[in-house]
Design a protein around this ligand. Sequence first.
Ligand code: CMP
Length: 132
Amino acid sequence: MVGSVPIFQGLSEKTVKAIASQGKELSYSAGDPIVNEGTMGVGFYLLLDGKAEVRKTGKVLASLGKGQFFGEMSLIDELPRSADVVAVAPTRCWALTSWAFSGLVKAHPEISLVMLKELVKRLRAAQSSPTS
Ligand code: CMP
């Protein structure tokens, strides 16, 4: 499951297996908070199944589905979580600690390119629906 997500595309099966074993699977019910705005982040999440919403002051910034990631911002800039992420359906995530996340990106820098591409996509989406 972890191996089929876009950010791990291009890595060998052996590498993906080693990466997958570093994280753990977490399950959420609809309505459960996964990440809380303003708290310090310790996890990076891949959504394996289900659906989650990124919300800030009650406004939905994005809907995330299978194969998408979240929680990277706080780990990259070491600032508090920028938004809430809430499960809106029964949802399964694969989560990695911040230290495992940085080790992973250092060992496989190609992952950061895929992640950058997705971040640019999110930035463009935010530009086309400004909040003010
Ligand atoms: P982080 O700030 O650690 O925690 C909240 C997460 O929501 C954030 O990382 C991103 O992964 C995600 N996020 C924040 N803003 C957006 C947005 N505009 N579009 C998609 N995802 C977002």
